[in-house]
Design a protein around this ligand. Structure first.
Ligand code: PAF
Length: 279
């Protein structure tokens, strides 16, 4: 496994592979890797000849400086996970490498940018798409792999790719859950034992909605799911919605295609998100 810190060294390494028609996959991460990331790498290995995993805690996507400061950075653990996963190249640039000078960035990501996560974390998706564009420019991947847990993030990256007319193919990969249903996330590390128990209500509420989808109307499903979460001590609900998977606008018609249930809540001091496809 090669560990690379600069864009120039990455280009030198990847150029002959591209000339040799090898397919390059990128798995962008912010480190603090878990089985969800490993699953992205395994899926990427099925599609591509070379898998590049980036680890970069991107400052421009954090709307709260405290959140950036406390973001976990377990480097040794990450390297071990990547080696065990059979990752070919780790790209681990410095902030100076990715942002040599201050730069403003604003692109039109469409109206969904300001909904859900965009409402709670203003500017977040500008930062996400800014760094993903920089990573795409550095790696020039044929394919890039993202977890469905950040459902809105994939939509925003799709819109960025369309905005610039990039040729990279985006692949959305299934959410990986703990045995008890909790969606894997780098943020779970911050949960206390009590938070960890309380956090289960998110996947329980989503599962309730999915399991009762055929027999109950959407307003009744939402009422029950929101009540389940609001009645859990230590959990503060930001939103629970059933929405069109493209526009993210709320939907009450069950026959509407591509519906998804999305939830965000603060569990103790940690903000978690989760979602489930419904039809
Ligand atoms: O999902 C993440 O970990 C980050 O938002 C990403 C896509 C690596 C960009 O920093």
């Amino acid at each position: 496994m090669k560990v690379i810190n600069t864009i120039a060294a990455l280009r030198t390494l990847l150029e002959p592979m591209k000339v040799g028609q090898q397919k390059i996959a990128l798995v962008p991460t912010m480190g603090a890797l878990h089985k969800g990331h490993v699953s992205l790498i395994s899926i990427a290995q099925q599609y591509a000849d070379v898998v590049v995993c980036s680890i970069f805690v991107n400052p421009t996507q954090f709307t709260d400086p405290k959140d950036l400061e406390k973001y976990p950075r377990p480097l040794e653990h990450d390297m071990r996970m990547l080696k065990d996963a059979g990752c070919d190249v780790v790209f681990m640039p410095s902030v100076q490498e990715m942002y040599p000078e201050a730069e403003s960035w604003h692109i039109d990501l469409g109206p969904a940018e300001f909904l859900l996560e965009g409402e709670f974390r203003r500017g977040h998706y500008q930062g996400v798409t800014q760094i993903v564009k920089k990573l795409f420019d550095a790696v020039l991947p044929d394919l890039a792999f993202f977890g469905q847990k950040d459902f809105q993030q994939i939509l925003m990256i799709e819109n960025m790719v369309a905005y610039f007319g990039l040729s990279v193919q985006l692949v959305s990969c299934p959410i990986i859950r703990e045995d008890d249903g909790l969606a894997m996330s780098s943020r779970n590390i911050h949960l206390t034992a009590e938070d960890r128990r309380n956090a289960l209500v998110l996947s329980r509420a989503l599962t309730y909605v999915r399991d009762h989808f055929s027999e109950e109307e959407i307003p009744a499903l939402l009422q029950e799911a929101r009540a389940m979460i609001s009645n859990t001590a230590g959990v503060e609900l930001d939103y629970f919605t059933i929405a069109d998977g493209r526009t993210l606008l709320p939907e009450t018609d069950k026959d509407h295609p591509g519906l998804v249930a999305l939830v965000a809540a603060k569990v103790g001091q940690t903000r978690l998100i989760d979602n489930m496809l419904l039809n």
